[in-house]
Structure formats: structure tokens, C-alpha cells
Design a protein around this ligand. Sequence first.
Ligand code: KG4
Ligand code: ZN
Length: 346
Amino acid sequence: MATVLAVETSCDETAVAIVKNREVCSNVVASQIAVHQQYGGVVPEVASRAHLEQVNRAIAIAMQEAHLTPADLDGIAATCAPGLVGALLVGLTSAKTLAMLHHKPFIGVHHLEGHIYASYLSDPNLQPPFLCLLVSGGHTSLIFVKDCGKYETLGQTRDDAAGEAFDKVARLLNLGYPGGPIIDKRAKQGNPTAFALPEGKISLPKGGYHPYDSSFSGLKTAVLRLVQKLEGSGVTLPVDDIAASFQDTVARALTKRAIACARDYGLHTLVVGGGVAANSRLRQHLQDAAIGHNLRVIFPPLKYCTDNAAMIACAAADHLNRGHTTPLTLGAASRMSLTEVMQLYR
Ligand code: KG4
Ligand code: ZN
């Protein structure tokens, strides 16, 4: 039963949480969204500075809310990759310093492994093997989860990530940043069949299409052309209908690939993770499709879909329970494959 404090600063949320195995004792998220909104996206240097300003306070609040002292912790963790290096370094250095000060084991965590572990906070009895549809601002993959630290990528996007497509389309529609939540909201008032948009398919050399890989850059360009055409014809832009049609196209494309992959690999549990796992249309499509395929679909609670430290602490606790710890010499990395996760541990 490991109790772990984790710090997550890979992008634009300064997050600290304490988790006892799969039970959240405290979860603090200091969002920087308001800071970055004026630029229309995350500015790395601004993110690093904001993390520096927030991180100590977030750690103190997380300890207070959990009613724990450092002596109660079994380990201290931080996200070390992938992400913005300057931003990662703030959380990583804070966690390593705490670990050194309090003589606790340190656990470096891969951000995407954290997103996979968010579903353990929904269902503490969840056990591998299962398939994970990981859909965030930077990644879109289908991952075969074999065990803690053992992952195989079965499908991925060939260009934009799903969340990135939401953010870019929101910008085209002048809806602001981040795009996912606002498109989700506007789409509720729109008609998802108003505009036929192309689902990006990846052609195979011998004919047919890749069953699990996806592409979202063509869809984004199709929305751009549609907006240009409608604006050229002088009509008021039907923002709600465009948002609904775009969102439905993404949700159908992801659902089709996830269901085919689970079926082909004989997996009966599908876990969804990452910011786009919060999308209401994706949740609905996946749940509807799962009924006919003997598939159990698990979504993290909404607050653990987007970046948070509870999911990082949950992954760290599982590693610590298995005796996995990380040397304090660990640095931050902007890129790292999920298949390399075990290199973080001795
Ligand atoms: O996992 P996350 O917080 O950060 C990364 O690791 O990238 O994901 C952020 C992404 C953003 O692109 C955001 O627009 C998207 O998740 N997102 C959503 C929703 N909420 C957040 N996309 C679609 N529907 C949502 N409700
Ligand atoms: Zn994330």
C-alpha cells in the first residue's frame, strides 16, 4: 500500500496530488489556461515561469488537504517525459529535492503512462491486459497494456493528435483556447450531420486502409475550406453545426479503430485516457459501439482526463509497490516512447 506524492508540470497545469495506491487523498491543479489564453496556445517559457511560481504552494496545499506529513509518504514522484522540457524540469527538480530532503524513494513517471493509470481511479480493480485509447493534445494512440510498464503501440495518428485537431478547429471558428471543451459545448446545440467531413484514412501499399492508424490534418483542412466557402458566400457561420459535424467525425473515426483493434486482439476491456477522453460525443459513440462487441469501456472521472498529478501518483505507486525506483540523476526529456518506460527504473 504505497502512499505517493506526485508533481506534474509537463504542459500548462501545475498539479500536485497524493494517492494511496488507487485512492486519491488530495488533488491540486493550478491551471495556467488564463495565462496562455491571450496567446491562443501554450507559450513554453511562460509555462515554466508559472510552474515556478505555483509549485511550492501546490505541494503545501496537497499535504494539508491530505492531512499528512512527509513522514507518511512512501515515495515522491514527478512526470519526467514527454513534455515541455523547461516545464518538466520545474516539477522534476521539486520532487527530487523533496525526495532527497526526506530520504524517500523517487519515482520518475512517463506522462502517457499516467493517462493510462487515470482509469484505475475509476475502477481500482482494473487489471491488465486491456486496450487503451489514448487521446490527448499531443498524442493519439491505441496501446496494448500488458502489465505495469509493458506497453505496445498498435495504432497511432500519422499527423495531428485528436486534441490538437480540436484546438486548431476551435481557432478557425474563433472559439479560443483550449478548443476541446468549447467545441464539445457548442456541438451540443448543433447538428452532427449538417456537413459531411472526411475521416482521415491511411492507405496501405497493397490496397485498403490501415485498421488502427488515424489522420486528422485532412479533416482540419476540410473544416478550413468549409469555413472559407461559407464566409465567401456571405452567410453567418453556422458555428454550432460545424463544431458538431467535426466532433462527430473525430468520435466516429476513433471509435471505429478502437473497436476493431480490441476485437482483433481479443481484448474485452477498453480504457480511454487523455484530455479528449472528456469528450461527450466520443464517450457516447464508444459506449454505444461497445454494447454489440462484448466490450467494457472505462473512462476516467472527468477531472482526471485532462492533466493532473493523481494519475501520475497512481502510476508511481504501482511501480513503487513492485520495487521500481528512479535514480536522482534522472533528467527531463521532451520525447520518450511508452515502450521505453522501464528504462526509468532500477
Ligand atoms: O491530456 P491533456 O490535458 O494534455 C496533454 O497531455 O496533451 O489534453 C489536452 C487536450 C487539448 O487539446 C484539449 O482541447 C482536449 O484535450 N480536450 C478535449 C476536451 N477537453 C479537453 N477535447 C475534446 N473534448 C473535450 N471535452
Ligand atoms: Zn496529458
